[in-house]
Design a protein around this ligand. Structure first.
Ligand code: EAX
Length: 334
């Protein structure tokens, strides 16, 4: 009997150590397993979104010693921004860099970023987006299976069109203007007297065919998408500061170790800061190229005439988005 017990104890010790070493091997294997992730953007290589995605990819691949590798799917290969958002929510796409407009259809707090003339400068935009109000917007995505990681920059949006040089808001009357698929953006152009049509990006064909008279976007878009080939006039209205929501599937994020979560968040914030800097340093070059390619640019339109026509939108947004948040946001940018 005694001999049997001794044999049993030896067998149990052996089994435990075999199991433990197996566990260790599998956890080491896990630790060394390469995790492939997809980053989705709707825009083309060297676009604002692509610059941010490439920087993020470089930072995490380097800092994780290759444990994470990223495939950047660009040029609408995964569909429109609205479709890419849904794929991130489902987890079939891991990460996406999406212009804020369409994301306002997921979390209404994001629509606040489309308020006209909200930010007076890049510095003010950075202060808000990188502060508690910006974090509140990013966190508002969590109930929709999205982890908001950071805000990269699209930039101040300017109006282009093929019909008339635009100096005052009155010149906009009746123009068929494409807007992002964002309720507040449609409201802005309706208040300005235009005929707004929300459409997914890209829109070069519609502009070339004359389905729409004009659109509005930051300088890099007008340059990189060669909109000077299909648009005659640009007015530097800077009517909205447009950011990107740099997002990740929440469940995939939560499965990361705390250290990797921190690495992803830090890397995306660094990538966003780098991309904002590149965008701002490139604006003069974009403008030169736009002018060299024949676009007639009004650099000082009567912006106050635009402000007057959209002044009611702030009270309206308190009802549509939330009185408390909009009040705090408007107080913060005073
Ligand atoms: O960044 O749809 C738009 O107008 C966006 O600005 C687009 O994603 C280009």
């Amino acid at each position: 009997m005694k001999k049997f017990l001794i044999m049993l104890i030896i067998a149990m010790i052996t089994a435990t150590s075999v199991f433990a070493s197996g566990q260790q091997e599998s956890s080491e294997a896990d630790a060394n397993k390469v995790q492939e992730m997809v980053i989705g953007i709707v825009t083309v290589p060297d676009s604002a979104q692509h610059i941010a995605a490439v920087k993020f990819k470089e930072l995490v691949e380097e800092r994780s010693n290759g444990r994470f590798v990223f495939d950047i799917q660009h040029s609408a290969s995964l569909g429109s921004e609205g479709s890419i958002i849904q794929q991130v929510q489902m987890g079939t796409v891991d990460i996406a860099i999406i212009t804020d407009g369409p994301v306002g259809n997921v979390s209404k707090l994001v629509n606040a970023l489309s308020l006209p003339f909200l930010f007076k400068s890049n510095e003010q935009a950075d202060m808000i987006l990188d502060g508690p109000l910006g974090q509140e917007i990013l966190d508002s995505l969590a109930p929709y299976h999205l982890k908001g990681l950071a805000f990269s920059e699209n930039g101040f949006r300017n109006l282009t069109n093929n019909k008339v040089p635009v100096n005052t808001a009155a010149d906009v009357k009746g123009l068929k203007i494409r807007t992002m698929e964002a309720p507040l953006q449609v409201q802005i152009w309706r208040m300005l007297g235009a005929n707004p049509t929300p459409m997914a990006w890209p829109i070069n064909t519609e502009l070339a065919q004359g389905t729409i008279d004009g659109q509005e976007n930051p300088l890099w878009v007008i340059d990189k998408y060669k909109l000077y080939e299909v648009q005659k006039y640009m007015s530097m209205t800077r009517h909205v500061y447009s950011s990107h929501i740099d997002m990740m599937n929440l469940e995939t994020f939560n499965k990361l170790s705390p250290e990797d979560q921190k690495m992803f968040e830090t890397a995306m914030k660094e990538a966003a800061a780098y991309q904002r800097k590149v965008n701002r340093e490139s604006n003069a070059g974009y403008m030169k190229n736009i002018k060299d390619n024949g676009m007639l640019v009004n650099e000082t339109p009567d912006v106050n005439s635009f402000r007057k026509l959209v002044s009611e939108i702030y009270e309206q947004s308190k009802k549509d988005i939330g009185e408390d948040f909009i009040t705090r946001l408007l107080n913060a940018v005073k």
